[in-house]
Ligand binder design. Structure first.
Ligand code: PLP
Length: 461
């Protein structure tokens, strides 16, 4: 009997050892596969980053590592919830931290959405959103009806665009809609590709998105102010403009042009709303209106049915529609914004999204102007005051980007100058403008913005 117990013990020990070995092997292999997956994804990301934004390809590896370390540091600092442990202290008061304000990543809205909690949580069951189709009777057959109502309602509440008599086309971000519009507006059998222009300084992605496929349909033809060919053209009007924040109108005087209005920033936290926009093709996106860039939802308001149909065809060929999960989430968010505006006048109602975002932007611009005024090295554009029909407030533009100028001529390239001080921005040449200018995102998290406004006035050379 004793022998049998000893034997049983031995069997147990051996089997335990084998199991531990097996578990270790599985997890080791998984780690290996995962880490190699991550590293190749990292490489891909780096390549895409280089091609899509074209301005950080020269970034050294150690700088990348530093940024990633800082990003972790800064995001831990800013996204700490009430119950989370105290954020780590920033070493040497932040001097060694790289401040990356190159992209317009709208993380500044994160804290507003965090406090909304369950109100905007979307739960999706496994059986839902399976079909490719959303509404086969609609020109844009993959557009979710809930999103249609949410878009029409929000534009009505804000008063920033006319939706009556417009077709809505949904896209994977307004970036896809921009390409869909180029496809729809460029004749397929023209002897030459259609010219695409925009007044400098223009959004740095336009030339890349227009030409990256070397399409025979259209080609980037540069600054609209200099376009004087007697040829058909598409003019992009971004208003308020990225990068300089000004309100824009079409500038080409020719009669052979078609306009696309990119109204990504025509929202009351960035600019006084003067009139409901009433153009043939208007592009909007949740990326900049509510800050949900990762949801990748944009929409186009299109007057002409045939153009809307062709844009839909482009998206059909390109991605066979647009994620329903994202559309439902975007609809929920837009409805929540409209609700917050509707309730804003009620007693004890929570602050509306646009009140919150306006106050936040106003405060940031105040801080930035104070920082810039402490030095002789930089200047910022100034904007005239207008009264916003939505909020009743009178204010000048509060752009999502600061178009900073390095003054005095000695500095030369403003982007490189700030980079020496570990502030990453996007230089003027990417926008068809002088390198004396650089574009700075105003949409980062509070902690990063604070560091930036502390570091800027301390720069002397
Ligand atoms: C003027 C303008 N249009 C379009 C976009 C792209 O928006 P989305 O994220 O919807 O593709 C941006 C993003 O920065 C932008 O600044």
């Amino acid at each position: 009997m004793v022998d049998f117990v000893v034997f049983l013990k031995n069997v147990l020990v051996v089997s335990l050892a084998m199991n531990i070995g097996l578990i270790w092997k599985i997890s080791y292999n998984n780690e290996e596969t995962l880490s190699s997956k991550w590293s190749s994804w990292g490489n891909l990301q780096q390549k895409l980053h280089f091609h899509a934004f074209g301005c950080n390809g020269d970034r050294r590896e150690e700088e990348e590592a530093q940024i990633s370390k800082n990003t972790q540091l800064l995001s831990t600092t800013s996204s700490a919830s009430a119950s989370a442990p105290a954020p780590p202290e920033i070493p040497d008061g932040g001097e060694s931290v790289v401040i990356n304000l190159d992209h317009g990543d709208p993380t500044m809205y994160e804290s507003f959405w965090k406090q909304k909690g369950k109100e905007i949580t979307v739960v999706t069951s496994g059986w839902q959103h399976i079909s490719y189709f959303s509404d086969v009777k609609n020109v844009c057959w993959f557009l979710e009806p809930q999103l249609v109502s949410a878009i029409r309602r929000l534009h009505k509440v804000v008063g920033n665009a006319i939706t009556e008599g417009r077709h809505i086309v949904v896209g994977t971000g307004s970036s896809q809609l921009y390409q869909a519009a180029l496809y729809a507006l460029s004749p397929p059998n023209a002897p030459q590709p259609m010219n695409v222009v925009s007044a400098a300084p223009f959004y740095s992605s336009y030339p890349l998105m227009t030409d990256y496929l070397k399409s025979g349909l259209h080609k980037w033809a540069g600054d609209a102010n200099e376009f004087n060919k007697e040829e058909p053209y598409i003019e992009l009007v971004t208003s308020p403009n990225n990068p300089d924040g000004f309100t824009k109108q079409a500038v080409v005087k020719g009669d052979k042009g078609i306009l696309i209005h990119d109204l990504a920033y025509y929202w009351p936290q960035y600019t006084p709303i003067i009139l409901p926009a009433d153009y043939d093709i208007m592009l909007f996106t949740v990326s900049k209106s509510t800050g949900h860039a990762g949801t990748r939802i944009g929409w186009a308001l299109v007057k002409d049915r045939e153009v809307a149909k062709k844009m839909t065809t482009f998206i059909e060929i390109n991605t066979i529609g647009v994620s329903k999960d994202s559309q439902i989430r975007a609809a929920k968010i837009l409805q929540a914004v409209s609700d917050s505006c509707d309730h804003a006048n009620q007693k004890e109602a929570a602050e509306s999204f646009f009140d919150y975002s306006y106050k936040h932007m106003e405060e940031r611009w105040k801080k930035l102007r104070e920082a810039v005024n402490k030095t002789q090295l930089f200047s910022l554009p100034s904007f005239s005051m207008e009264t916003c029909c939505f909020s009743g407030r009178t204010f000048g533009q509060l752009p999502a980007f600061a178009w900073l100028k390095c003054e005095g001529g000695e500095v030369g390239d403003c982007e490189s100058f700030l980079r020496k001080h570990k502030i990453y921005t996007r230089g003027g040449k990417h926008f068809g403008a002088s390198s004396e200018y650089t574009r700075i995102s105003m949409l980062s998290r509070d902690s990063e913005f604070k560091l930036f406004t502390e570091r800027l006035p301390a720069i002397v050379s």
